[in-house]
Design a protein around this ligand. Structure first.
Ligand SMILES: *[C@@H]1O[C@H](CO)[C@@H](O)[C@H](O)[C@H]1NC(C)=O
Ligand SMILES: *[C@@H]1O[C@H](CO)[C@@H](O)[C@H](O)[C@H]1NC(C)=O
Length: 331
C-alpha cells in the first residue's frame, strides 16, 4: 500500500487535535508504541526514516531453532569488561531503558565473539510480559521467556556514537540475556531491580551505580549469533546479535514490581509498560551460528569442522525448571 505524501504528519496533527497525543510528544522519537495504530505494524509508516521496520528482510527478533543452528569453530569467546558502571534507569513510556554514562573514561568494551571490532556499551532495554507465559522478544524453539534484557553497544573503532553507528556497516552489537523466574536471582540484577519503585511512570528515572554488566551475564561461554536489526525503531539492520545460551534468574517479587510500571504519567497512567515485545520477524535466508561444538562431546577423535550438520535440542518445561542450557550437546 502506498500512502500519500505527508500522511504521517497529517496523522500526527490529527491525533494531536483529537487530544490523543499531547502536543509535547509529537516528536517521532516518542510516540511509537507496542499496540494500536502506532504499534509495530505501523512503525515503518509513521516515520519515513523507519522504512526498514516494514520493508527490512534482516529484522529482529527471531525464533532460534536449535536444530537449525550451525556450529562455527571460528567463533571466539565473547569479552565484556567487568568494571562497574554508572548510569540511569529510565521509563520511556515504551520500555525500561538503562542508559550508561558515556562521559566516564572507562567505557565497557564488548569484543571477541563474532565481532571484528571493539564496541562500547551504551544502553540496555528490558522487555517483559504482564504474564509469565511471554515477555522476551527472541524465542527459543517457540518458547518465550518472561523477560529479556538487551545490551546495545556501538562500534567505537569506526564511529563516534550510537546515532552515527546505527546507519553504518557493523555499527551495532546487541547482547541478549533471557530472564527466567527462579529463587536464586542474579545478585547483580538487584542493582537494577531495586530501582523499579522510582520509575513507575513515563519520564521518571533513577540513578544506577556500581553495576558490573559482566556480572549480570549468565555463567556460560556459549552463545548463538546472527545479523539482524534493533528491535525498536528505526529497526536498523546494522546489528550483530549475540544470544547467550543460558538464562539469568529474576524473582517473582522483582517481576511483580516490574509489572507495576506504567506507560503514562501519574495523572494518566494508561496501560502497564509490559508486553513491550516486537513480534517475531522472519529469518529469511539468514543463518544462526553458534560456538557450541555439539559433536566434540560425543566423539573426541572426530574433527570439529562439520558441514551440513546440525544438532537438536529442546527448550521446554523440564529444562526451564532445571536451569539447563537452551541448546545442549546431548542428542
Ligand atoms: C576499553 O577500550 C579502550 C580502548 O582500547 C581503553 O582505553 C579502555 O581502557 C577500555 N576499557 C576498559 C575498562 O578496559
Ligand atoms: C554523533 O557523532 C556525530 C559525528 O561525530 C556528530 O555529528 C553527532 O552530533 C553526534 N551525536 C550525538 C547525539 O552526540
Amino acid at each position: 500500500m502506498r500512502l500519500p505524501l505527508g500522511y504521517p504528519e497529517l496523522l500526527a496533527t490529527l491525533l494531536t487535535l483529537l487530544g490523543l497525543i499531547p502536543e509535547s510528544l509529537t516528536s517521532w522519537e516518542e510516540w511509537w508504541t507496542y499496540d494500536g495504530i502506532s504499534g509495530p505494524g505501523f512503525w515503518g509508516l509513521i516515520n519515513p526514516q523507519w522504512g526498514l521496520c516494514s520493508k527490512g528482510r534482516r529484522q529482529s527478533p527471531v525464533d532460534i531453532q536449535p536444530d537449525k543452528l550451525l556450529y562455527d569453530p571460528r567463533l571466539r569467546p565473547l569479552h565484556v569488561d567487568k568494571h562497574k558502571i554508572s548510569g540511569s534507569l529510565f521509563n520511556t513510556g515504551q520500555s525500561l531503558v538503562l542508559r550508561v554514562d558515556q562521559d566516564s573514561k572507562h567505557h565497557v568494551n564488548i569484543s571477541g565473539g563474532p565481532l571484528d571490532y571493539r564496541y562500547q556499551l551504551v544502553e540496555g532495554y528490558i522487555h517483559y510480559g504482564t504474564h509469565d507465559g511471554h515477555g522476551s522478544e527472541h524465542r527459543v524453539n517457540g518458547y518465550s521467556f518472561p523477560a529479556e534484557i538487551q545490551l546495545y553497544g556501538f562500534n567505537a573503532e569506526l564511529y563516534h556514537n550510537m546515532s552515527e553507528a546505527q546507519h553504518k556497516s557493523q555499527g551495532i552489537v546487541a547482547i541478549s540475556l533471557m530472564l527466567q523466574i527462579g529463587d536464586r536471582p542474579n545478585p547483580e540484577l538487584r542493582v537494577i531491580t531495586s530501582s523499579f519503585g522510582q520509575v513507575g511512570f513515563r519520564g521518571q528515572s533513577a540513578p544506577i551505580r556500581h553495576l558490573s554488566v559482566r556480572a549480570l551475564l549468565p555463567d556460560t561461554d556459549h552463545y548463538m549469533t546472527y545479523e539482524g536489526s534493533t528491535t525498536h525503531p528505526g529497526c536498523w539492520e546494522t546489528t550483530v546479535w549475540i544470544l547467550l545460551n543460558k538464562p539469568i534468574y529474576i524473582t517473582k517479587q522483582e517481576l511483580y514490581a516490574l509489572r507495576k510500571l506504567m506507560q503514562g504519567s501519574p495523572e494518566t497512567p494508561k496501560a502497564p509498560l509490559g508486553n513491550n515485545a516486537r513480534p517475531l520477524q522472519s529469518l529469511n535466508h539468514r543463518t544462526v551460528r553458534t560456538n557450541i561444538d555439539f559433536f566434540r562431546e560425543k566423539d573426541k577423535n572426530c574433527p570439529t569442522m562439520y558441514k551440513d550438520h546440525y544438532y537438536q535440542a529442546t527448550w521446554g518445561e523440564e529444562n526451564r525448571l532445571q536451569g539447563r542450557n537452551f541448546a545442549d550437546t546431548s542428542r
